[in-house]
Design a protein around this ligand. Sequence first.
Ligand SMILES: C[S@@+](CC[C@H](N)C(=O)[O-])C[C@H]1O[C@@H](n2cnc3c(N)ncnc32)[C@H](O)[C@@H]1O
Length: 360
Amino acid sequence: MPSTRGYNNSVPAATADDDEPDFVYDVVENDPDPAYVVTPENEHEFFRVVCDRELNTIQTFYLLPSDQEELRRYAHFHRMMFLVMGSRNYVGPVQQILTAPTRRRKRILDVGTGGGLWCVLAMEMAEEFPNAIVYGADVAPIQPRLVPPNCNFELFDAQRIPFPNEYFDLVHARCVHIGIRNYPEFLREIARVLRPGGIVILAETEINALSEDKMPIEAGHTGGAPGWHALWDQYRRCLAGHGVDTSVPTRLRALLSDTNAFDNIIAQEAAIPIGFWPKGKSNPGLLTIGQYSWMEQDLFLTALRPLFMSYGLTEHRAKVLIEDAQHDLYYPNTRPYTCLHITHARKRSSWSPPSATRYQ
Ligand SMILES: C[S@@+](CC[C@H](N)C(=O)[O-])C[C@H]1O[C@@H](n2cnc3c(N)ncnc32)[C@H](O)[C@@H]1O
């Protein structure tokens, strides 16, 4: 019997009991009502149009689009991330955790899955770990409809994850902090749904215009990138105005540690070039990374219009900000970078959530 959770569900139901034999089909224990069920008839209700772009309707302070153009941006970003992580989709002991023999099926959750590429693009998690079930969750139903049987997309606001305690072996959350108002609470929610010994992987890019040495990029008109600088400044102000803590990317390790729910916390960072200029025989992949990130940033600039205008900027001001940043991107006087932070950690066996936060 197909489950009715979320949508696009090709996974038949059975039981999640740990005593079940391997690879029985999966179902959520005490299966709660799905947060949202998407059908062809009601799908339009999950989108609204702002400045000619489609945005989600579930979580209205996330003001980046959820449309085809934004999906193209995610595709560039996903490929760039794959290269940054050494032609893999993860860091840390993921293989060890997901392939360790157990009597139950392993489960993976990708929070803020976007186009679901991390879950289901060729050779992605659902294919690499065919014996695990991969759940991708988002506030917009923009994922592919034809998926392998071990992949399932869900629609919900991940600030509260509608799954039971200790349900997942891996939780992955990449570039979602701008859709989360209380990130420490979000980490406790991730800890709640992770099994003891399970792994969380967080990846966030800094909300800053940086140069190669990770210092703020020069704003000066000669040799600097004033348009680029001004746009990132405004982006940060808009996010802060919507209650988002833009310091999260640089504090992932400390925030994980503060929960007391995780150990083996490993934080890594990478300076990502944005442009077509990286050279060097020692790292030919860097040029490709720079190209993907340039293409991603090009789409990102125009994606900011709904956020800028919802913040109260005039159409003219938003246009000038974007055009000036485009100028610095297309005709660079300087080499811009972003700083990517990737942190992973294991859930402690000794931690249990305060009873009030248990999912009922
Ligand atoms: C920048 S995209 C990143 C997509 C994907 N993780 C990736 O790395 O390519 C952020 C995604 O998170 C989703 N999102 C934002 N806030 C969310 C929330 N509170 N709960 C669930 N999804 C959220 C957005 O709809 C969007 O698809």
